[in-house]
Design a protein around this ligand. Sequence first.
Ligand code: AQP
Length: 350
Amino acid sequence: MAIVERVFSGVQPTGNLHLGNYLGAIVNFVKLQETHNCIYCVVDMHAITQGADVWGGPAELARNTREVAAAFIAAGVDPKKHIVFNQSQVSGHAELTWIFNCVARVGWLSRMTQFKEKAGKDRENASVGLYDYPVLMAADILLYRATHVPVGEDQKQHLELARDIAQKFNNDFGDSIRGQGFNEGLFFPQPEPLITGPATRVMSLRDGTKKMSKSDSSDNSRINLTDDADTIAQKIRKAKTDPEPLPSEEKGLETRPEADNLVGIYAALSGRSKQQVLSEFGGGQFSSFKNALVELCVEKLSPIASEMKRLVADPGHVDAILVDGAERANAIAAETMKSTKDIVGFIRSR
Ligand code: AQP
């Protein structure tokens, strides 16, 4: 079984899907369909790693799962040509996580900054699942032996961990891997993060030093993919800025996080570089730039919001897409699990 190029990525169904998720990840999901076989997953098992106060309980989880699938499709992911499914329908994610739990080292996980941020001061009370989140993420990717993973910048460290796990598994089981007929002891690929574009880390509209995030208590900190035109306009007009006019050169954004963020959003949505945006708006006041940004955001996001609305109004249709995707994902996953079990030495039915 040779390694073929394959894209995998996931988004958690934890509600409030926002512009950062869209520009950091989903836009690239759409582009990569032209060149790769792609698997896009609603990672519902990751969503329950924090308390039900965060993920909202069973009804909310199901609703959010359908909403993320709807966002993928509304943004342009084709679930027939590629695969869209929810993680918990493919048991291989949990099975491979256990094997990887025995490969990953506690020291590696203890360095993960996302765990430290999310667990906060009350670390003793965090779930084991939250601590183990990056191992499940490595299993998500490597279950499909995926080679490329489009993500936002915040996921870079987790991708490095997935690479370390793949390498250690290949080393630890090298002889067995060769014995099973895989070349040079290489079974799992080293997945490459694809962190591209001018908005790989979209910041909060209220504080340019904080990531735009689903869990921010202020709804004004983010543009949700389901926001209507008026709400988008209101949030952008209220977005924090500074008193200076926009600079004409990119260097002038270096110490101005809020300005840098808004210019980055404009650049990403218009398919231009930040410098091109500054060549047009540099020297002008924020108010006129914000008007142009409102217009652009509404033009790009409104069709997505209305298509999402249409899709989630028909949960049976979305569920059928997820079931079909899960069957096709499972066919790939089952092959990886068979070989992995043989490599590890687990007896299985033939
Ligand atoms: N602000 C962001 N800018 C660019 N990319 C982002 N992503 C998330 N926030 C930004 C990318 O979106 C994808 C899906 O993210 P996720 O749902 O798996 O989890 P997350 O990174 O924890 O997202 P949030 O919105 O920030 O949630 P909370 O508030 O729970 O922390 C990933 O590719 C991520 O990089």
